[in-house]
Ligand binder design. Structure first.
Ligand code: DC
Length: 212
């Protein structure tokens, strides 16, 4: 059977990566978590102290340092999943923590960051046989993907998923706090001025909104 490209888009904590990992495992495809890539760039900026407590980003410094940022995915023999590496260091755990989660949407609005990530993603997926999840995969990274999926989930379910993820790493937040973070990120994701993302996400979110 011929390999294809599978694009999975949707908001945070809707189960995109769970589905993507399962598909990649079943089909023996490569799984690329593009959110992890934006998170790793964010971690890089945090470590350089280019993001302050008010979430102001030293954008120029970060843009200037983009050529120094090398991202990759390494197979984790314990989980059989691929962990993200930042300049050779496995940062899979650290990128999931609140300091990164609370500012990653802002970092991902930087045009130059997006350009670099999209170019890398296209390079990583050029041979097909790939499952890629994110926000702009079916619309921008691989508009010709043979299979495009968009995922949504109830806000309560999303918050619980995220709470479980944090608590498995020894971090505890109230569901309300997590919901607030998710809502903020949804807004930031939707209001991004980049390309067709806003339009496509709004349209898809409207079409898929749970009926009240
Ligand atoms: O899926 P996630 O929560 O790990 O994504 C982290 C952030 O990265 C999210 O706030 C939106 C951004 N992102 C993006 O702008 N484009 C992508 N393809 C993937 C993620």
């Amino acid at each position: 059977m011929q390999n294809i490209t599978i694009a999975i888009d949707g908001f945070s904590s809707c189960g995109k990566s769970t589905l993507a990992k399962a598909l990649a495992y079943k089909l023996n495809y490569k799984y690329i978590d593009t959110g992890a890539m934006y998170r790793a760039v964010t971690l890089f900026a945090i470590r350089k102290h280019w993001i302050d407590a008010e979430k102001n980003i030293n954008t120029q410094a970060l843009i200037g340092a983009l050529p120094e940022i090398e991202l990759g995915f390494a197979n984790n023999p314990e989980t059989h999943h691929s962990d993200i590496t930042l300049n050779g260091e496995n940062v899979e755990q650290e990128i999931r923590l609140m300091p990164v989660s609370s500012v990653v949407s802002k970092v991902s609005t930087i045009k130059e960051v997006r350009e670099k990530m999209v170019a890398l993603q296209r390079q990583m997926g050029k041979r097909k046989g790939v499952v890629m999840d994110g926000r702009d995969i079916g619309t921008n990274v691989f508009p010709k993907a043979e299979l495009k999926l968009f995922m949504t989930a109830d806000p309560e379910v999303r918050a619980r998923r995220r709470a479980d993820e944090y608590s498995s790493k020894g971090q505890y937040f109230s569901i309300e706090e997590i919901k607030h973070n998710l809502q903020q990120r949804d807004q930031e994701d939707l209001n991004r001025k980049e390309k067709k993302l806003i339009h496509d996400l709004q349209l898809l979110a409207q079409q898929n909104a749970p009926k009240t």
